[in-house]
Design a protein around this ligand. Structure first.
Ligand code: FE
Length: 354
């Protein structure tokens, strides 16, 4: 990944922008919060997509505002924000899943904002009421099923995966994963704690093995004939189908996507999104950048690159994603789902979901 660097700030502070998987370097003792000569916006991100960098470069050209990127792992960035406190140079925190956005919000890292453009471009259930965070790309957590062994008429809802007919046939990753925590939080929001706990116990009883691996591995378990259905994020199917690895492509071909709960509340959706940092030295520029990322042309690029859905209702998904068909999404406010994260973790524990 391309390294972005400050233009005129290096004399005063040393920030090293690192590539995808290396650890981030620490800011010097005197972080330069504002440069009088260069307009900047500073973004802390745990994403490592080329499309993000392309869009930042385009934003720089169009607006004359330099985008400084600090990449790191989620926990590293959160610890860094904690350590830096009000001295942080960060304007924006960019991460995946409402559970992570809420972790930052609960830690007091965000501040409210106002933007008519963002209110227009992003549906209300995909952003914070107070404008402290905004979803920028959307994914659904769905059921995928074996084309060979499952007739889709046997499928209906997340809830039905707890039924005995699925015994030994369900593949799903561990409860430590935020995608699962948010899915369970959405079930709690819609069905209450007691029914959600029964559901989680039912799914545990139906797992083909104790949870292990990531979403792609669950699809591979179906291909290998170990499981018949799996719970995964939609974009992983796109990634598998377009993988450089032939085995991944074959695994992707072995499954179809099923959007659950279409007769009821709809399929659970989540976002990758941004929060505006409380001490943001360049808040106005931050809002400008988020507005840019929510606009039609950026939304098309973001959605194309990662097989996600645009959050902007005026933008179409990529062809591959469109080929999976339209679906009804659960419009429960993600802020509610984020606030139920701790409850979800406790329910998983009680249900014995490893
Ligand atoms: Fe992911």
């Amino acid at each position: 990944m391309k390294k972005l660097q400050f233009l005129g700030l290096l004399a005063l502070s040393t920030i090293i922008f690192t590539s995808c998987f290396s650890d981030i370097e620490t800011v010097s003792s005197e972080p330069n919060k504002k440069d009088e000569h260069t307009k900047v916006v500073n973004i802390y991100t745990d994403r490592h997509y080329d499309v993000d960098v392309e869009l930042y470069t385009q934003f720089e050209k169009e607006n004359g505002i330099k985008v400084n990127v600090v990449e790191g792992k989620t926990q590293e960035l959160l610890e860094r924000l904690e350590k830096e406190g009000d001295n942080s140079i960060a304007d924006i925190y960019f991460t995946a899943d409402i559970a992570r956005l809420f972790q930052a919000k609960d830690a007091g890292f965000f501040q409210p904002s106002n933007s008519e453009i963002l209110e227009q471009n992003i549906p209300s259930h995909l952003r914070g009421e107070d404008g402290s965070w905004y979803g920028l790309t959307k994914r659904a957590r769905v059921i995928v099923f074996s084309k060979d062994r499952v007739d889709p008429t046997q499928l209906s809802s997340y809830e039905a995966l707890a039924n005995p007919e699925w015994k030994g046939r369900v593949a799903v990753r561990s409860s430590a994963n935020v995608y699962n925590q948010s899915l369970l939080a959405s079930i709690i929001a819609n069905c209450g704690v007691d029914d959600s706990e029964k559901w989680a116990k039912g799914v545990v009883a139906n797992m083909y093995q104790a949870p292990s691996g990531n979403d792609r591995d669950q699809v591979k378990a179906i291909y290998a004939g170990k499981a018949d259905v799996a719970i995964v994020n939609t974009y992983y199917v796109g990634k598998l189908l377009n993988s450089d690895d032939e085995l991944e492509r074959i695994a992707g071909e072995a499954v179809s996507i099923y959007y659950p709960n279409q007769e009821g509340r709809g399929a659970h959706v989540n976002v990758s999104g941004v929060g505006i940092i409380k001490s943001a030295p360049n808040k106005e520029n931050a809002i400008k950048l988020i507005e840019f990322l929510s606009a039609k042309s950026s939304q098309t690029k973001l959605a194309e690159a990662n097989y996600e859905y645009p959050v902007n209702p005026g933008v179409k998904a990529s062809e591959v994603v469109q080929s999976w068909g339209d679906f009804k999404e659960d419009t429960t406010a993600l802020s509610k789902i984020g606030s139920l994260n701790t409850t979800a973790i406790k329910v998983f524990d009680r249900a014995g979901w490893e």
